[in-house]
Design a binder for this molecule. Sequence first.
Ligand code: ZNH
Length: 145
Amino acid sequence: MLSAQERAHIAQVWDLIAGHEASFGAELLLRLFTVYPSTKVYFRHLGDQPDEVQLLSHGQRMLQAVGVAVQYMDNLHAVLSPLADLHAQVLRVDPTNFPGPSHRPLLRQLVVLASHLQGEYTVEMQAAWDKFLTGVAVVLTEKYR
Ligand code: ZNH
């Protein structure tokens, strides 16, 4: 459950990311591949240049999904269910690849990136995003059970 305060923090941080989905998403993917090389297995078709069209396009789709999740943060199950099916049944991504406790620092990069551009990224915002992204990961991996 997110408090009104946490909701506000999440929306505020998303405002810094919105409009940069492709470039932030591409950077996030490159960081993911570098820090967790096992994840690159699923993306053999993607290159390693931040301006590569396919990388930008997948980064954008991924972050747009996060944006939709922000919009429906009280109803993550409903909004992310098709995506959970896709990852579990079609893509068959090993669920250990999802942002669990060990991946959180990586997803945090995303928000840090946003804070480099403008404004302050407070510990309260960080805590709210940790909670939110954990919720997203839980829903995205629940179809495996
Ligand atoms: Zn994922 C896809 C989201 C994680 C792998 N994804 C995808 C998409 C989206 C997403 C939106 C698209 C879909 C369509 O098109 O329909 N993801 C997402 C999110 C997350 C994720 C939000 C978190 C947070 N993924 C993930 C991981 C992995 C993955 C971790 C591994 C490692 N995905 C994937 C793949 C794909 C996807 C492989 C496919 C790609 C292509 O198609 O190219």
